[in-house]
Design a protein around this ligand. Structure first.
Ligand code: COI
Length: 354
């Protein structure tokens, strides 16, 4: 794919101090357009900035859009690494199919990511635990108020130097179990990476934050009993000698970190179960002293230990609100591979070469 490049004449100052998550954007962005006649075309890297759209653009009215999240890591020896990028691009097309958005070519998307990251490679932060977050997304742009798939789209990629997703860093987070609102149901878009899932989660999230919690633990949309996910991460429970995680049944996001953790644990001989797990089972295990750890996994959240659950006022403290052994080991191993400090025995690391 031919990508034209227009470089900025006014580079911004690089951030100093704590980065937080998703607040700072680099100097350039990638854009490519779609029309029924031309397919995906006009791939370009341009200075980061506002874009102009018709107020009638379909994305504003019916939410036909999708996004992805991945990261570029700066290894100690200077290499720039991605982590399993083909998994994100595969998921991107799964989302596109569900959302009636035209599919993208895997090699083209990878090329766009590589070229954009190289243009802004000075923005990849180097402090411990930081990386360059990559946010590809597609929006429907037909100026039309009928409810119908759009005929035109914009595919864009923006980059953001980031630190820890949670203000608390790797410290255990407190999570509120939501059993009034639901995030997604089977047959809906829960498995797809679309803004609508996150919009649906805001009310519960707002409620949780007012009560002092970092996130919401979503239960299934039918029985309000089985654990789904935490919106920004998938979840795992260490119960006795088993590590249990909700199985993919169409309502939760098939996380790349989730998949990596499952594969890593299985390869190391841990007993991993992908199955339905109810909130009652978690509380019972907690009361019996069998719930050793709970943690979340996500590109943004990496491995985030959970120290406390609150289910309608019933509080469950997990592992004394401390980082558990398995959570810490997984954080070290997964980030070790991502940053190129550990042997990449699974072939997950992808180097961007100039
Ligand atoms: C990610 O982990 O990349 C995500 O997209 C989660 C997001 C809501 C921050």
């Amino acid at each position: 794919m031919q990508i034209t490049k227009t470089l900025t004449t006014a580079p911004k100052a690089k951030p100093e101090g704590a980065l937080g998550f998703g607040k700072i954007f680099t100097d350039h962005m990638f854009i490519m357009d779609y029309s029924t006649e031309k397919g995906w075309h006009d791939a370009r890297i341009v200075p980061y900035g506002d874009i102009s759209l018709s107020p009638a653009s379909m994305v504003f009215h019916y939410g036909q859009e999708m996004f992805e999240g991945m990261k570029a890591y700066r290894a100690k020896d200077g290499r720039i690494l991605l982590f399993r990028p083909e998994k994100n691009i595969e998921r991107m097309n799964n989302t596109n199919r569900r959302m009636c958005i035209p599919e993208v070519n895997t090699e083209d998307v990878l090329q766009a990511i590589e070229e954009l990251v190289l243009v802004d490679s000075d923005w990849i932060p180097t402090q411990e635990g930081t990386s360059l977050y990559i946010r590809p997304f597609i929006i429907a742009t037909d100026p039309f108020l009928g409810v119908h798939p759009s005929h035109t789209y914009k595919f864009m990629i923006i980059l953001s130097p980031v630190g820890a997703y949670y203000a608390s860093g790797l410290a255990p987070v407190k999570i509120c179990v939501e059993d009034e609102y639901v995030r997604a149901v089977k047959g809906g878009t829960g498995f797809a990476k679309v803004g609508g899932n996150y919009a649906a989660s805001l009310k519960g999230q707002e409620k949780a934050e007012k009560m002092g919690y970092a996130q919401v633990l979503w239960l299934d949309g039918i029985e309000h009993r089985y654990i789904d996910e935490v919106g920004a991460m998938n979840v795992f429970f260490v119960i006795g000698d088993k590590i249990v995680t909700p199985k993919l049944e169409g309502n939760i996001l098939p996380g790349v970190t989730r998949d990596s953790v499952i594969n890593y644990l299985k390869a190391k001989g841990y007993n991993v179960e992908e199955r339905r797990i109810s909130i009652d089972e978690v509380y019972e295990a907690g009361q019996k002293g069998e719930l050793k750890e709970m943690f979340g996994t996500g590109t943004a959240a990496v491995i985030s230990p959970v120290g406390l659950l609150d289910w309608n006022g019933k509080k469950l403290i997990i592992n004394n609100n401390e980082i558990g052994e398995i959570s810490q080991m997984l954080y070290d191993e997964i980030t070790g591979i991502q940053f190129g400090n550990k042997k990449d025995e699974f072939g997950w690391s992808y180097e961007i070469k100039r």
